[in-house]
Ligand binder design. Structure first.
Ligand code: SAM
Ligand code: TMP
Ligand code: ZN
Length: 415
């Protein structure tokens, strides 16, 4: 990255095409979003500048600075994919689709990059189909193994892929969910796909969608793990650059709005109509234009001011407020807004490994959901807003008792 005499970023090199990346939002010094802490670990907490820009050439939106992958994924990685009923159902459906449509040959083989706790591959394992998860975070890899899933503890890259190919042969499907945008070494990733994918195989990945973030104001999706913020346009350019073809893209209802991309070898599959429709939608909406990015930057500041204003007003009125859910996203928003325990004394989360810890950056304590239901607060900030339906249904007594939910995406709202 180059900086001017004031130390401001003047751009960084695009990880996909070497073009110039122009910064459009800076969310300040931030921790790793899943780096939950014990009180004695607060001092010396890791921080980096969380800023995002877009490539002038291929349009890929990406972090200006990145955190080494070993600091992000390790045996203490807190995210467990099976944490919500919605996710378990979604990935079972994905697995069933692969089983019915792509894993139908004599001895099919599927590889998942970032299989986490086995939420998708456990259905494949139950069906007795050859599979391999490639997962560097040892704790979640062990959870997958306990479900009968075969897991290789490694980061997926060109070398890992060559080793998998040598040991198991070509893969009919390579899958990744909420993982491919985490991989900064894209050139090595695609060399690995090339080494491992069968001639007619598909590489399918589901990732946060740029339009959800930019138009839907899901700015809390920006954190250290999300190195890239994909659109159909930028993924198409990336696939072409590395010798593949984007053949399909469709919206899926995950994490507030994602897109599932399918990549194949050039000419191997017929491109779908929904891909053309999505590309046209992005063009018409001027998704990757500088004015759109500038407007996003201003809206992020407005949401911060509105949220802090509302929380300050409620505190001054003597109202009680807690946070609901401690996803990676909550670290971005609480740290960026400078939210401290005088505004939100604690957040609750159902993940045992997060409870008893402090939220990265803002250091709000994380407690079990019983801390919420045992004594309802007046207001609850829905940090896990992408699970709104599931959480509100589960906690309907909160509403019945007069409690109110606060959302901040796409704007601050009391429900
Ligand atoms: N696939 C699950 C889902 O969609 O819920 C888990 C997503 S989790 C946010 C990202 C996972 O990718 C983590 O378990 C992490 O350890 C793994 N990961 C990160 N970099 C990776 C890499 N280079 N190769 C394989 N897995 C990786
Ligand atoms: P995610 O959006 O990245 O899946 O994270 C959601 C977080 O919210 C995760 O830490 C689990 C938590 N959660 C609850 O605490 N209660 C719930 O009912 C649900 C659905 C999620
Ligand atoms: Zn580029």
């Amino acid at each position: 990255m180059t900086t001017n005499s004031e130390g401001q970023s003047m751009g960084t090199k695009c990880r996909v095409c070497d073009g110039r990346v122009v910064e459009f939002v800076d969310l300040g010094d931030q921790p790793t979003a899943n780096g939950f802490l014990l009180p004695h670990e607060v001092e010396g907490e890791f921080r980096f500048r969380l800023a995002v820009g877009a490539c002038e050439d291929c349009t890929m939106v990406q972090l200006m600075e990145e955190v080494p992958q070993e600091l992000r994924y390790h045996a203490g990685y807190r995210y467990q994919a099976s944490g919500s009923a919605g996710h378990r159902k979604h990935f079972r459906t994905d697995a069933e689709w692969f089983l019915a449509n792509e894993l139908t040959g004599p001895d099919p083989f599927i590889v998942e990059i970032g299989c986490n706790d086995g939420v998708m591959l456990s259905t494949i394992a139950e069906a007795g189909i050859r599979h391999l998860g490639v997962e560097p975070s040892g704790n979640v890899a062990d959870l997958a193994r306990a479900k009968g899933v075969q897991v290789l503890s490694a980061f997926f890259d060109a070398d890992t892929a060559a080793a998998v190919r040598g040991a198991h042969g070509a893969a009919d499907v390579i899958f990744g969910a909420n993982t491919i945008c985490h991989i900064a070494h894209v050139e090595s990733l695609f060399r690995g796909i090339d080494a491992l994918l069968s001639d007619n195989g598909i590489f399918v990945f589901e990732e946060p969608y740029l339009a959800t973030i930019i138009e839907g104001m899901a700015f809390d999706q920006i954190y250290d793990e999300h190195v890239f913020y994909f659109s159909a346009g930028s993924v198409r350019a990336m696939a072409e650059r590395f010798g593949f073809e984007l053949v399909h893209a469709e919206h899926i209802d995950m994490h507030g709005g994602e897109v599932r991309y399918t990549i194949a070898r050039p000419g191997a599959r017929t491109p779908s109509a929904s891909l053309d429709a999505l590309l046209a939608e992005e063009e018409a909406g001027k998704l990757s234009e500088p004015l759109t990015f500038a407007r996003f930057g201003r809206n992020v500041e407005r949401i911060r001011d509105d949220l802090v204003g509302l929380l300050t007003h409620l505190r001054d009125q003597g109202k009680t407020v807690v946070g609901y859910g401690a996803p990676g996203k909550s670290s971005t928003v609480t740290t960026y807004c400078g939210i401290t325990t005088d505004l939100i004394p604690f957040v609750v989360d159902s993940t045992p490994g997060k409870q008893g810890h402090l939220l990265p950056g803002s250091h709000l304590p994380v407690r079990p959901p019983s801390a919420f239901s045992d004594a309802y607060p007046d207001y609850a900030v829905l940090f896990a807003w992408n699970h709104a339906e599931e959480i509100m249904a589960k906690e309907e007594k909160f509403r019945a008792a007069g409690g109110k939910w606060i959302r901040f995406v796409p704007e601050v709202e009391v429900l």
